[in-house]
Design a protein around this ligand. Structure first.
Ligand code: PHE
Length: 454
């Protein structure tokens, strides 16, 4: 068996690099594609409020917990658990994360492929002169095809594999540092256009005015799943990234900054989408295609829309890419460190096998659209199962592991960088991960599955 020298593990180069890479993982299609479609299907304002509550109460603490476990364990998601809890079955949490990574990347790459198609369509000016119904129709024709969406998906997976293969520092950090702030600026410009459309107010009300009659336990579970998915928590992506974070990084600050940025982008994506949805006479519960139908509509209504649409879809693809690399990295780090593969072999095996499953997700919108299990397509099942089931269970086990198994001394060491930093919120953090977060997650599960009834 080859000997692996963990002291030679790659790591992030700078403090900003850590934030850029973690924010790169968090900010992605989850914010701009998934948040609007789930919020739209879940009735808007009340969902958004519950989602925000979960970010604060569960998201930030779980993110911080993952950083602690990763930096302490200095290994991949599976290996970190094995090292910190030798001889105990906690590594199964890591294994579950690796399975979640497979599922997420399989369906995520479908949508990521759509962003590439939309870069192409922007460049060739194909939104030009189309009304809202025509834009919707051309999206549906593309989406239900076979060759094009699969080709884009595979190209996207290839890009992801290439960056993951080229290593942590060079690949991940460099690309995110410049492009993420640019995406933020562009979204703000689009928000301004959206809220000045006729009838925009209806969209803002939909997004921000809570109507609690729309809340069911199913919606609460959606909000929890969306919070977990958006912050990249619950599957060890941030354990893996945590293991690359330097000993002098202030983990609490990083977790708070990344969560804030992620939440801000999701809300802004909502402000960009919903006013336009109502203004163009579309429906908020359009589903998976929502963003791809609405955005071209906005560009059509904008001075310089041609130019903006190209840049926007390029940035969206990059945002997706900085997320997919973090998901693939979970798998690759595991293959390299546990199964002793070379980084190259690990990347190839990981990306090829995920792509093979991913093709079925893409076909869920075309040839396989009638193939349903529990009334969901393959795509729908992967999306639901990973975000709403695996990530919350992962998050639950992660806080239990840190709060009840690793315990206070490890937490204090890691949060204070061995006594050099002050931590005013330490007590609150420990209380949340020991009691509040696990109880809240368990309750949402028991109620939404109907195991407990009110
Ligand atoms: N958070 C990413 C997004 O919002 C998706 C993701 C989920 C990445 C889980 C890593 C792990 O697009």
């Amino acid at each position: 068996m080859a000997n692996i020298d963990f002291s030679k593990r790659d790591s992030f180069g700078s403090k900003f690099g850590v934030i850029a890479a973690t924010a790169g993982s968090a900010v992605g299609l989850g914010n701009i594609w998934r948040f609007p479609y789930v919020a739209g299907e879940s009735g808007g304002g009340a969902f958004v409020l519950i989602y925000l509550g979960f970010i604060l109460l569960i998201g930030v603490p779980v993110m911080l917990s993952e950083f602690i476990i990763g930096r302490r364990g200095q290994q991949n998601a599976f290996g970190s658990f094995k090292k910190l809890a030798p001889g105990k079955p906690w590594y199964l949490v890591g294994l579950m994360g690796i399975i979640a990574a497979f599922l997420i990347l399989a369906f995520y790459s479908t949508i990521a492929g759509w962003t590439l198609e939309y870069i192409m369509q922007s460049i060739t000016n194909s939104f030009n002169g189309k009304n809202s119904a025509e834009l919707k129709q051309s999206f549906e024709i593309f989406q239900s095809g076979t060759f094009r969406p699969i080709l884009w998906q595979l190209i996207f997976m290839g890009l992801t594999a290439w960056i993951v293969f080229s290593g942590i520092k060079d690949g991940i950090e460099k690309s995110t540092k410049i492009l993420m702030p640019l995406l933020f600026v562009l979204i703000i410009i689009l928000c301004i256009r959206a809220v000045t459309l006729p009838g925009a107010i209806e969209g803002l009300e939909f997004l921000f005015k809570p109507d609690f009659s729309k809340i069911t336990w199913g919606v609460v579970l959606e909000a929890l799943g969306q919070a977990a998915f958006s912050l990249s928590i619950g599957m060890g992506a941030l354990i893996t990234y945590g293991s690359y974070i330097g000993k002098d990084n202030n983990l609490s600050t990083t977790a708070i900054q990344v969560s804030l940025a992620d939440t801000a982008i999701a809300l802004l994506a909502g402000v960009m989408i919903f006013p336009a949805v109502f203004s163009f006479g579309l429906k908020p519960d359009e589903g998976f295609g929502l963003v791809f139908i609405v955005l071209p509509n906005i560009f059509e209504q904008m001075a310089g829309g041609y130019f903006f649409s190209i840049i926007f879809f390029i940035l969206l693809a990059v945002a997706a890419l900085t997320s997919t690399i973090s998901v693939l990295e979970v798998v690759v780090a595991y293959f390299v460190e546990e199964l002793k593969m070379s980084r190259k072999k690990a990347t190839i095996i990981g990306s090829v096998s995920i792509s093979a499953i991913g093709v079925f997700c893409t076909l869920s919108f075309g040839g396989l659209s009638n193939f349903k299990i529990f009334n969901k397509t393959v795509f729908g099942i992967f999306d639901y199962l990973s975000a709403n089931i695996l990530l919350p269970i992962g998050a639950f086990l992660i806080v239990i592991f840190l709060g009840w198994f690793l315990g206070k001394k490890v937490i204090v060491d890691e949060l204070s960088n061995n006594g050099t930093l002050k931590n005013r919120l330490l007590g609150l953090f420990i209380f949340i991960i020991k009691f509040i977060a696990p109880v809240a997650i368990a309750m949402v599960f028991l109620y939404s599955t109907g195991i407990i009834k009110l």
